[in-house]
Ligand binder design. Structure first.
Ligand SMILES: [Zn+2]
Length: 163
């Protein structure tokens, strides 16, 4: 079987289902992992995204975009390909995209975070045959402080401004 998802000059493409994931050039069908500007671009005919991403998508891209919204773990089928969204833990509404076709399952992570931030629905691993991992800051040169440490710094800054 050919790759279920492939990289193209427009974004990650599913030929069997004829849709793209987070395409950066205009396409007919775009599945959007989350509403950040480097993942959700203008100009697509139809957007599919998590329900909680829709208000930000419309705010950013215009009220007139055509969006089909979904909840986590629900699925839609298109050309025999089943698409479902699963929590990515990155921002509210952020989703991993699970694509299933003829028994083969691929997952495109989009941006994800495995630490629960108390705001986003926590990341859930999804069993699959192939996992496309987005890891912009995954290199060892990036060393992050603990989430609690960062929250404490934010709180201190807020307190200082309040005083
Ligand atoms: Zn993002």
């Amino acid at each position: 079987m050919a790759d279920l998802l492939q990289f193209t000059d427009r974004g990650i493409y599913c030929e069997a289902g004829d849709f793209y994931i987070d395409p950066w050039k205009p396409v007919n069908r775009a599945v959007i992992t989350h509403a950040h500007s480097d993942h959700a671009y203008r100009g697509h005919n139809l957007y599919l995204a998590h329900r909680k991403s829709v208000p930000v998508l419309k705010y950013r891209l215009g009220d007139d975009i055509q969006v089909q919204s979904m909840d986590y773990m629900k699925s839609v089928s298109h050309n025999g390909v089943t698409i479902s969204l699963h929590p990515a833990g990155h921002i509210v509404g952020s989703s991993q995209v699970r694509v299933e076709y003829q028994g083969e399952v691929w997952v495109a992570s989009g941006d994800y975070k495995i630490e629960d931030d108390g705001l986003s629905t926590p990341f859930e691993p999804v069993k699959c045959n192939a996992f496309i991992s987005e890891s912009t800051f995954g290199l060892p040169i990036y060393q992050w402080k603990s989430q609690q440490n960062i929250f404490d710094q934010l709180h201190q800054w807020w307190r200082k401004n309040q005083d």
